[in-house]
Design a protein around this ligand. Structure first.
Ligand SMILES: Cc1ncc(COP(=O)(O)O)c(C=O)c1O
Length: 470
């Protein structure tokens, strides 16, 4: 008999085949889909509110509803034209890995429950450590994203360097840092008043002299400066701080040096990335997001720690009902080094694509993104009236049209209007900037040419409608 919660073989195949038919059609049509479709999305969402269903519904009807009505009404984050925020992409191999991981549903929170699978995820961590230049003794874990990785890093640093009463502890970041850092620091127990935002220079990199001054001033006041974060690719403009110089200051003041490489750190797979992020390997901890620059679907971040035993000291806690934990350094119990106990087998969605395709392809994709951002910058420079505000330090360029913020808002609306690309803005030093962030594995030269065509014609339209100076 076919039990509703335990479909037989033919039914399992039907479930997957029906979904696959729609997934393939969806992915194959991505290049011609609009890059966002949000006009009526909020009103439509409200129509979906309903009580919990007591009885089931037809599978086909549910899939049609999802694929035809719900999925399209959104930012098309999987589109090659999605150059907004920090794009993701979502390689399909990772989706297959999720299907396998969820179907076998093994328990990877403790090593004893699935040593081989835990080892595969540990291998992934080892590979990530090698990418950033960490040596033996380093380690880490995969999280659900960069924000959680920031949080775990700050808690670990706090426990390593501060007493249980830690309110004298102060943290330092640039005024360009991603807000998940301040949020994580606050959730880790620090009042926002303990976080110092250090000004950045003309290239949006933290002013290292100002950092040292701030540390000294706090020490004189009796505070305990204990953590500084350097950005390896800011969200605003893609700026990479002088990580080597920050590492030197952190060491001089016995502070924890954390790096936010959520967007940038995977560019360490390329020579240009390694040159831009010199000194990253001196960090005590680094976050990096496979769901950004390793092109994975959303839901996978990572935290690496130079001395992995710090993670264990911060998180280890004994419970009688658990199996025995590992004592050897190479063998990891994820529950001993993170806040989580039960967790998904998220290692497989990184392991499978890397094993199947090989790291070389990921490296060449990243090289291509670096090239595309530089190409776009040169093309933007040729457009009369465009000012490049932030040259790409990695794969992000920020620009504006000479004129008011209002004019630039209108320009952005015009660029996005054909829906072939989606760009998003930011505000830096009170100025409205338009960003192009090239990260998706689906973005190639053809789409970047469309992007530049749309920028050029938007500039023309906006300039035509611009009131002439009196
Ligand atoms: C530089 C940077 N750090 C941290 C984060 C937070 O990561 P997540 O969104 O995975 O929580 C982001 C997100 O875009 C980011 O761009």
């Amino acid at each position: 008999m076919n039990h509703p919660l335990e479909p037989h073989a033919a039914e399992m195949r039907r479930l997957v085949d029906e979904a696959m038919r729609r997934i393939v059609a969806h992915i194959e049509s991505l290049p011609s889909q609009p890059v966002f479709k949000t006009e009526d999305a909020a009103e439509f969402a409200r129509t979906l509110i309903e009580p919990m269903p007591e009885q089931g519904t037809s599978y086909e009807a549910l899939l049609d509803h999802l694929f035809d009505e719900c999925v399209p009404r959104s930012f098309n984050t999987a589109s090659p034209g999605y150059l907004a925020y920090i794009p993701g992409g979502g390689i399909f191999h990772a989706a297959v890995a999720d299907l396998i991981a969820d179907s076998v549903n093994r328990y990877v929170g403790v090593n004893a429950a699935a040593p081989a699978l835990v080892q595969l995820e540990t291998n992934v961590i080892r590979w990530l450590c090698q990418i950033v230049g960490y040596r033996a003794g380093s380690g880490g874990l995969l999280t659900t994203g960069g924000s959680l990785a920031n949080f775990i890093a700050i808690v670990t640093a706090r426990k390593e360097l501060l007493p249980e009463q830690f309110f004298a502890g102060t943290l330092y970041c640039s005024d360009q840092v991603h807000h998940s850092f301040q949020k994580a620091a606050n959730l880790a127990g620090f009042p926002y008043a303990n976080i110092r935002e250090i000004p950045s220079d003309g290239q949006f990199r933290m002013k290292v002299d100002a950092l040292e001054d701030a540390i000294r001033r706090d020490r004189e006041k009796g505070m305990t400066p204990f953590l500084v974060v350097g950005s390896a690719g800011t969200t605003n403009t893609g700026a990479v701080d002088d990580l080597d110089a920050i590492a030197t200051i952190a060491r001089a003041y016995s502070m924890w040096f954390h790096v936010d490489g959520a967007y940038g750190a995977f560019f360490m797979m390329t020579a240009r990335g390694r040159a831009a992020m010199r000194g990253i390997e001196r960090a005590d901890s680094i976050i990096l997001d496979p769901h950004k620059t390793l092109f994975l679907p959303y839901g996978t971040g990572g935290l690496l720690v130079r001395d992995a035993s710090a993670l264990r000291r911060a998180h280890s806690l004994h419970a009688e009902y658990l199996p025995p934990m590992q004592n050897e350094d190479e063998l990891v119990d994820f529950c001993e080094i993170s806040p989580e106990l039960s967790r998904g087998f998220r290692g497989l969605r990184v392991w499978l694509p890397l094993k199947l395709v090989g790291a070389a392809e990921f490296r060449s994709q990243l090289e291509e993104k670096l090239d595309l951002a530089r190409w776009a910058t040169e093309e933007l420079r040729k457009i009369e009236g465009i000012e490049i505000v932030a040259e790409p330090q990695l794969s992000l360029v920020a620009f504006r049209l000479r004129g008011s913020d209002e004019l630039n808002r209108e320009l952005l609306r015009e660029i996005n209007a054909p829906k072939r690309v989606m760009l998003t803005p930011t505000v830096v030093s009170g100025r409205f900037l338009i960003r192009i962030c090239v990260v998706s594995f689906r973005t190639h030269r053809d789409r970047m040419e469309m992007c530049l065509e749309d920028v050029r014609s938007a500039v023309e339209r906006v300039e035509r409608g611009r009131p002439r100076p009196r």
